[in-house]
Ligand binder design. Structure first.
Ligand SMILES: [Zn+2]
Ligand SMILES: [Zn+2]
Length: 396
């Protein structure tokens, strides 16, 4: 057997890719509840002769495809969870579970992962190294990547490089988006509580007004973006919830502000919170108030490794042609960022939009769907990228 042509191989199994994807689509399960889903994934990997581990990060599955020769360990990650969305697509393979929907395309991700596993298994005798197939639960803000890392997914064997991809509905079918360096933003949420001393609105001198302090803090926080951040960087601080008071003539005891912070660098993220705390603390002190800041990290930034991104760039050029490879980043978030903090790798996007067929709704929308032929590009691009690490020996 010669070196695989991943595009041709993916085309060969296209019917199967579609059938697998539609089966998952009909039976969506939300984060950490992927019981049926992970069972099917595990069984399919086992049927290919892989060593399979279940229950990694609760419902996660890991399959090891060991080549006949030694070489690098390449991790490929696919997410499995659906969303609490009521499907409104009217497709014959629509969700059979009310209130649950694969509205982000993770059904397609799993199908692509299993398809790639099938193709790569055929070439096991040519593989120099190991391909670690990781099927991750709970990507949608529930910490699935974190749970898998805590359960040792990045050990035994330790991956040398890690890849993941997303079918992307804002991106035209036939294109691939990849970038070296920051690719998706770090995301976190915070609650800032400003505490003063409640009192009568007519006797403000006997109270300590946290609303007045909050007003100044709200305005001042935006100066962090404009005055503390390198203008070359992109950062967002958005306040989305403000709660204070019960009546027009009562100075409340406290104000709570909830917001979100996004940036492309985990280092900048930490700096942003240092400044948010410094600024609100000092400002509150000036008004006689005190503050407390609670933060919850949602995900780390996705930062692509230069070499891994170059491998995906090359792979994508083979599959969709150089003119169809787009180099830009997204102000969206992905918990793959946690894996890429530990292991160099690359996260990329597969164009899946097809306006003519009505596949142009945003991710998480009740009518979200994608052009299934995008799965061919996904399998082929991922395959060509992995091949550069484990299938590039002279014997090929
Ligand atoms: Zn999503
Ligand atoms: Zn997603």
């Amino acid at each position: 057997m010669g070196k695989p042509n991943f595009q041709a191989e993916a085309e060969l199994i296209f019917d199967e890719l579609v059938a697998t994807r539609r089966d998952f689509h009909m039976h969506p399960e939300i984060g950490f509840h992927e019981h049926r889903t992970s069972k099917i994934v595990a069984e399919k990997l086992q049927a290919l002769g892989m060593e399979v581990q279940r229950g990694v990060g609760q419902t996660g599955v890991v399959g090891l495809l060991e080549g006949d020769k030694d070489g690098p360990v390449v991790l490929v990650r696919f997410d499995m969870d659906a969303l609490p969305v009521i499907e409104a697509t009217n497709v014959p393979y629509a969700s059979q579970t009310p209130g649950r929907m694969h509205a982000c395309g993770h059904d397609g991700h799993m199908s692509m992962g299993l398809g790639l596993a099938q193709i790569m298994s055929k070439y096991r005798d040519q593989i120099a190294g190991t391909v670690k197939f990781v099927f991750q639960p709970a990507e949608e803000g529930l910490g699935g990547a974190f749970a898998m890392i805590a359960d040792g997914v990045l050990e035994n064997p330790v991956p040398d490089v890690a890849f993941a991809m997303h079918l992307w509905s804002p991106l035209e079918l036939g294109t691939v988006q990849v970038v070296s360096g920051p690719a998706m933003s770090a995301s976190s949420i915070f609650t800032l509580t400003i505490t003063g001393k409640g009192g009568h609105g007519a006797q403000p001198h006997q109270a300590v007004d946290p609303i007045l302090a909050a007003g100044h803090i709200i305005t001042a926080l935006q100066s962090i973006v404009s005055r503390n951040i390198d203008p070359q960087e992109s950062v967002v601080i958005s306040l989305g919830q403000l709660k204070a008071g019960t009546a027009h003539n009562v100075i409340p005891e406290a104000v709570t502000i909830k917001g979100t912070v996004r940036s492309y660098s985990n280092e900048i993220h930490r700096m942003l919170y240092r400044r948010i705390l410094e600024m609100s603390q000092n400002m509150a002190t000036a008004f006689g108030c005190s503050v407390s800041l609670e933060t919850i990290a949602i995900v780390a930034a996705v930062v692509n490794d230069e070499k891994a991104a170059a491998a995906v760039q090359k792979a994508a050029e083979i599959v969709v042609g150089k003119e169809n490879v787009i180099n830009k980043r997204e102000m969206a978030s992905e918990d793959m960022g946690y894996m890429l903090e530990e292991i160099p790798g690359c996260y990329f996007f597969i164009g899946a939009k097809n306006e003519e067929k009505g596949f142009n709704y945003p991710h998480h929308h009740p009518r979200f769907n994608f052009d299934e032929s995008a799965m061919i590009n996904g399998v082929a691009t991922m395959g060509e990228a992995v091949a550069q690490y484990v299938l590039n020996s002279k014997s090929n």
